[in-house]
Design a protein around this ligand. Structure first.
Ligand code: TXA
Ligand code: MG
Length: 347
């Protein structure tokens, strides 16, 4: 496996060509975007796309996003367009917004997991854009992590997950947003957010001039709000660290009280506990092991730190992570979504 450093603001054309050639000859390349790192293959190369699923250990039923470098490529991947889709492209591309549209016949079935829709996004990252342009066709790419693990925001995270299983990783430094793109289904009426992300619900509603629905896959688990000692391990998790993650929701005071109680109780059982807290409440947890992941009134900072904090706590061989909730405004909605999906129990 090779890691090449490429300048994020002025990508060196020669290095981009090396990476593009790997993709053009059927290989996979991990590359940075503004949200998280992606693992790319040429969209029309069904064998290479199949390889993405295999190395990620991702089920073939989970479709990939097609990344483009020019807005007009949307029109060859999508079977139809609408004024609304064009308004979104105009306003948010390049950027952290993925649009779901009816697929055209050129998109291989393996990319869309057999669905008749396709997910399309134009990333706002110079390396991603010049890589796709140099490949000469759109690039299908999921996040560059093993299935179920936290998404990667650095090249190191990618190599931690795949060791030497990838031919090439582009190291373009840390990503700037830290959570994935918003997935917006424009084939639904009204449009539906399938995954909250880098473009906020508020921005989407303002663009539509009306409400948008938010898809929610309710997880089973302890949602009763009672602070008894949970039995982690019964929920299917996504974006998850190796440690069990317990997510605590509610108003500030009750969150702090619940977190203290849970940390005490797991500590007494001899578990290694780390608390993920807002800057402002760290002082409530003296005597516990605590990591900040942002400021309460700045959900952007929480999004930026989320996955890297989860990954770094994992390196300390922690048993239990107890995470404080975040306000769900702006980027906070995506942070709450990821923490709920990563959790083995929610209080
Ligand atoms: O920011 C991002 O979106 C990153 C970077 C690399 O671009 N990519 C990313 O890809 O997060 P991935 O594969 O980890 O997540 C794609 C999401 C999945 O939840 C998938 O189910 C959904 O998009 N998706 C893809 N195609 C879809 C479709 N046709 N209909 C509904 N959902 C779709
Ligand atoms: Mg992913």
């Amino acid at each position: 496996m090779q890691i090449i450093k490429i300048n994020a603001t002025h990508p060196e054309p020669l290095k981009i060509r090396i990476a593009a050639n790997v993709i053009r000859s059927g290989g996979l390349v991990a590359f940075p975007t503004e949200t998280v790192y992606g693992l790319g293959a040429a969209v029309l190369d069904a064998a290479a796309v199949r390889e993405i699923f295999k190395v990620k250990k991702r089920p073939f039923t989970d479709p990939l996003i097609v990344h483009i470098a020019a807005k007009q490529d949307y029109f060859s991947l999508a079977d139809e367009t609408s004024k609304l889709a064009e308004r979104f492209m105009e306003r948010f591309w390049p950027g952290p917004l993925t649009l779901i549209a009816k697929k055209s016949s050129i998109v291989p079935e393996i990319v869309t997991a057999g669905l008749n829709t396709v997910a399309i996004r134009m990333p706002a990252h110079k390396i991603a854009l010049s890589l796709i342009k140099t490949v000469g066709m759109p690039v299908a790419a999921p996040s560059a992590n093993l299935f179920g693990r936290p998404s990667p925001t650095t090249a190191q995270h990618v190599s931690d997950d795949f060791a030497d299983k990838l031919e090439l990783i582009i190291d373009g430094g840390g990503t700037t947003i830290g959570v994935e793109s918003t997935v917006l289904d424009l084939t639904a009426i009204p449009p539906q957010i399938l995954r909250p992300g880098g473009i906020t619900r508020e921005e989407i509603e303002e663009t539509i001039g009306g409400k948008v629905t938010l898809f929610s896959a309710q997880k089973h688990g302890n949602l009763s709000g009672k602070t008894s000692v949970p039995s982690p391990g019964m929920m299917n998790t996504h974006y998850a660290p190796r440690a069990k993650l317990i997510f605590v929701e509610g108003d500030c005071t009750s969150v702090v009280r619940k977190v203290q109680k849970l940390a005490d109780s797991f500590g007494q059982q001899g578990k290694k506990v780390v608390i993920m807290a807002m800057d402002e409440s760290i002082s409530n947890y003296n005597g516990f092991s605590v990591r900040s992941f942002g400021k309460r009134d700045d959900p952007k900072s929480c999004a930026y730190n989320l996955f890297s904090v989860l990954r770094s706590i994992d390196k300390e061989e922690t048993d239990i992570i107890i995470a404080e909730s975040v306000v769900s405004d702006g980027l906070g909605l995506a942070v709450v979504d990821r923490l709920r999906k990563a959790a083995t129990a929610i209080f």
